[in-house]
Design a protein around this ligand. Structure first.
Ligand code: IVH
Length: 663
């Protein structure tokens, strides 16, 4: 047999046996036999390097190390899930669905274990794995293709090769045995241990050298795809079956549930089962089974309406409050933080817990010196559940929120109706420092060389007083500082240079505007498309953006109309900071440029569905009969708006005409 032919044969054999071993857990040849075939393949490929293809089993051992991870824009966002904790939450999940769908026909569900690992996207083109990425912020992740190729249960080629593009999503994780073994090895090598499977999976995938990833016992289960319409599947159940038939590993604890009662029963079963599993799960994901219904339900900013994560109860432990510190955050909020006697909570050492605010302390009647019950749910920051009153010492001291800012001594205020106590001194050094640390941090512009310590140092030395000052730093200022030098100065300056053209949404999130995290920042970028436009945005315009609530709209409008903020934006501009827009709005949608309003009662669509349709087709919703209005859609009993619109000569459509137009 020619080398070429034998190579093809070996690839097929190895792929098949690796699927049997890693995906179906049903090995049919010995490890030794597999190794022999693998060595034979390597030998042929060594002799003919130009025959190596990306789907060859040899690619599993990891190629050359990377300099850095490239960014990957997900074609469709990778959403997160809202949480439920008990039966009541699951019932309200269903109630919300029914209300949104305006129906009393209850949906069917699929439930899946919620794996505790890292979400990834795998792109297959005509069956070939062409890219793998992390979830990142949901819109942009990191290219970890080389690392993911080393995960043995991820097929490099699917069994069906006629699908042009399939964006598969699932979880990479480490099972208990894998994690224990890895940690034993790390302890021997004097390296820090991984506290949980999620950290272990993330730490292993984010290795620039894929050969290191290849040595880590990572596993993968698929749980969905970006766009179900890319297949003929009508339900989640069908889809998972289909993905399995393509050679992708599907978890075997899936369960079809005809109603929410069965979902609740299944949750109880899984809560017991979880302890016997080879890997950790932190809950159960519940999904509406029917894709047509999923489509109608759509998503909010962060999470789909058609799914929810039902989390297992948290892991708990008891310890003592040693003292309480008060921290001033970047919005001036003063947060009491309990310093605890360090205690192991489900494998993680906990020594601090946020007490949130004064009301929370009063409600829980917590005192310094108290023995307290603390809990950690998943990777959520630990919280104090309650004081163990039977163990309260006589000399336990009530915790009192100070009257003055612990940093600038300005009188603190607690606005009526708010739980938070704030320092409202705009010049409070703690606030300015915290905003600068945030601005430079990973959650902000991720400026290399300007970590927390460096920012604190530059701030203390008054080299940076306000955010734009960061961009005015000079080499001569930096290289003479304690602990710096030419190299770190150059490093920081190139980090700063790179940050001068940030993605607009990252820039907005970095500013630390209240209620504007990365998701809301993404909405602002996609809707308003430039920083200049945002400087003139009104509260009303913001309220029309799907996913923005009252509080966020008010906070954003106030922020951009503040003269000090405008001054700061000018300073950014003078320092050549130019935020870039990543995603351009599609200009040729059916309703682009149209501003619609609904009046009267609609029969076919709920109001929310109707508004969503308008937005999905590129249109906007008006707040009333305004100058901008281009079309009024009338249902039954329309009222005075119809007359007003007729007088203004605005286009009028019936609900039926509207539906026909969009179909
Ligand atoms: S579905 C749009 N299914 O949970 C649906 N997620 O908080 C989003 N996860 O980022 C995900 N097991 O990392 C889904 N069977 C499962 C899952 C699962 C684990 C993780 C995933 C996601 C997070 C959502």
């Amino acid at each position: 047999m020619s080398d070429r032919k034998r190579l093809e044969e070996l690839r097929l054999l190895l792929t098949e046996h690796s699927h049997l071993y890693y995906v179906l857990d049903d090995p049919q040849i010995s490890d030794g036999e597999y190794d022999r075939l693998f060595q034979e393949l390597l030998k042929i490929e060594e002799a003919h390097p130009d025959w190596v293809t990306s789907d060859s089993p040899s690619q599993r051992i990891g190629g050359a190390a990377l300099d850095k991870f490239e960014q990957v824009q997900h074609r469709l966002p990778m959403l997160s899930l809202e949480n439920a904790f008990d039966d009541r939450d699951l019932h309200s999940f269903e109630d919300r669905l029914l209300r949104f769908l305006l129906t009393d026909v209850r949906p069917e569900y699929m439930t899946e274990p919620k794996l505790d690992g890292l979400a990834v996207e795998l792109v297959y083109e005509y069956g070939l794995l062409v890219q793998g990425s992390t979830r990142g912020d949901g819109s942009v992740g990191e290219d970890i293709s080389a690392q993911l190729r080393t995960v043995t249960s991820i097929p490099l080629r699917l069994r069906k090769t006629d699908i042009p593009r399939l964006e598969v999503r699932g979880e990479v994780f480490m099972d208990r045995t894998g994690l224990t073994k890895l940690n034993l090895q790390r302890a021997e090598d004097g390296e820090p241990l991984f506290a949980n499977p999620r950290n272990a999976a993330a730490g292993s995938l984010r290795q620039l050298d894929p050969k290191i990833t290849a040595k880590r016992p990572l596993r993968f289960y698929v749980y969905g795809i970006a766009e179900p319409a890319d297949t003929d599947c009508k339900t989640q159940q069908e889809l998972l079956q289909f993905l399995g038939s393509l050679g992708l590993p599907v978890n075997d604890l899936l369960s079809f549930c005809p109603d929410i009662k069965t979902v609740i029963k299944r949750f109880a079963e899984l809560s017991t089962l979880r302890h016997d599993l080879a890997y950790e799960i932190d809950g159960m994901v519940v999904k509406v089974n029917d894709f047509a219904l999923q489509g109608r339900l759509g998503a909010k900013a962060r999470a789909p309406r058609w799914a929810i994560a039902c989390k297992f109860p948290a892991i708990q432990a008891t310890t003592k409050i040693v003292k309480v510190d008060f921290q001033v955050g970047r919005t001036g909020a003063v947060t009491p933080v309990a310093i605890l006697d360090p205690v192991d909570v489900g494998g993680v050492m906990v020594s601090r817990a946020s007490l949130h605010n004064g009301d929370e302390i009063l409600r829980k009647d917590l005192r310094t010196g108290d023995t307290v019950l603390i809990q950690r749910a998943g990777d959520v920051i630990p919280e104090i559940v309650k004081a163990v009153l039977e163990k309260r010492d006589k000399d336990a001291v009530p915790i009192i929120i100070p009257k003055n800012c612990p940093v600038c001594t300005h009188l603190l205020v607690k606005p009526v109706g708010e739980a938070v106590t704030r320092c409202v001194n705009p010049h409070c050094p703690a606030q300015r420092l915290r905003s600068m640390v945030h601005f430079c941090s990973k959650a902000g512009l991720d400026i290399e060389g300007l970590g927390k310590k460096s920012v604190e140092q530059l701030f203390d030395l008054q080299l940076i007083k306000d955010l734009p000052d960061i961009f005015k730093l000079q080499k001569a200022d930096l290289e003479v500082l304690d602990g710096w030098g030419k190299k770190s100065a150059d490093n920081a300056l190139s980090g700063i240079e790179a940050a001068k053209k940030p993605v607009l949404s990252h820039f907005l999130a970095a500013l630390g505007i209240r209620y504007v995290g990365e998701v809301t920042a993404g909405l602002l970028e996609n809707t308003f498309l430039s920083l200049e436009r945002l400087l003139t945005v009104t509260r009303e315009e913001l309220l029309e953006v799907d996913g923005l609530g009252e509080q966020a709209a008010g906070s954003i409008a106030d922020y951009f109309s503040d003269p000090l903020v405008r001054e700061m934006m000018n300073a950014f501009h003078d320092a050549c900071v130019q935020p870039q827009v990543l995603v351009q709005r599609e200009e040729n949608l059916l309703l682009t440029g149209e501003v619609l309003l609904f009046t009267g009662s609609l029969k076919k669509l709920s109001r929310t569905e109707a508004k969503k349709l308008v937005k999905d087709h590129g249109g906007q919703i008006a707040s009333g009969i305004t100058k901008k209005l281009t079309c009024l859609v009338v249902g039954e009993k329309p009222g005075s708006k119809l007359k007003k619109a007729q007088e203004k000569g605005i286009r009028i459509l019936t609900e039926d005409e509207f539906v026909v137009m969009l179909s």
